[in-house]
Design a protein. Sequence first.
Length: 329
Amino acid sequence: MNYRPLYPEDADQGDPYPLVVPEGVEAAYRYYVYVTSDVVTPKAFPVYASNDLITWQALGPSLVADAVPRAYWAPCVHSVPGLARPYVMLYSRSVGAGPEAHIGHAIRRADSERPEGPFIDSGHVLTPDVDFAIDPDIYRAPDGSLCLAYAIDFVNDAPLGTGIVEAGVSEDLTRLLTPPRLLARASEDWHVFDAKRSMPWMKIPGVDWSKDTVLWNTLEAPVGGLVNPRGQRVYLYSGGCFFGFYAVGALIEQAPGRLVNVTKGGRHFVLRPDPERGLHGPGHCAWLRGHDGNDYLIAHARFGSPSAPRNAMLVELLWDEHGLPYCPP
């Protein structure tokens, strides 16, 4: 068997995030997947829907975009019972487009009466004091508290690059309740985004962009809320370069509060490129438990060619005898 896109099309479907409609809640479909598109006018984040995880329908964009051209990245949608607008989307947006597409990303909140939208920005900014925050994921900790994981940049010491953090978040998803704690920063060769990257929009101590470049690493797209068969907390992350070598790794909590990266030395990838099967650049995944009781990841990948547009795909999430996660074709 081979990996395959869930809704093949010649359009970008990056950063896919699933919503499973709770049992007993009325909705047009049982499953929704929201993606980042390279086209934002006048709405963002196309959504796809299914009742069986096999046959999918394209429903169009879901978020009403700002009048100013911007980059909109990585939607994360959750059902919050009790709210007048019970479907809440967390996402990031930049200050502008083109050269400004990487500037000013903050985790923002929008909400909707229906899972397909339209989502309207509620005005809440969850990371107002961070220059760059992307890739939100919402989940429950073992003690029942609600958590938000996301990615931020680290520029004051090596390794320079994007890493992942976690904070407590309010039940209505309007504000953070705790300072962020570090989950992971770059530690492996495959985490390198670009060995000679130039980012003139970013201030890095001691770097003069008129003559310097930096070794830039990327750990992003954290996934929380997982517990392996041994009872250990597990986090997933995506690393590398989304248009080069890109893959999914795992962190295992081997002692309370101590996470260990197990995807190292070229081993124990959760999901990695498989060119022989036509799979390139898989990553930026999110976890869901289907109504069938099985665990899955929704991820994006490039099918057939490293230059193909990113399409979303569904893969089963399994655990090996050591409690490590993996996704077979």
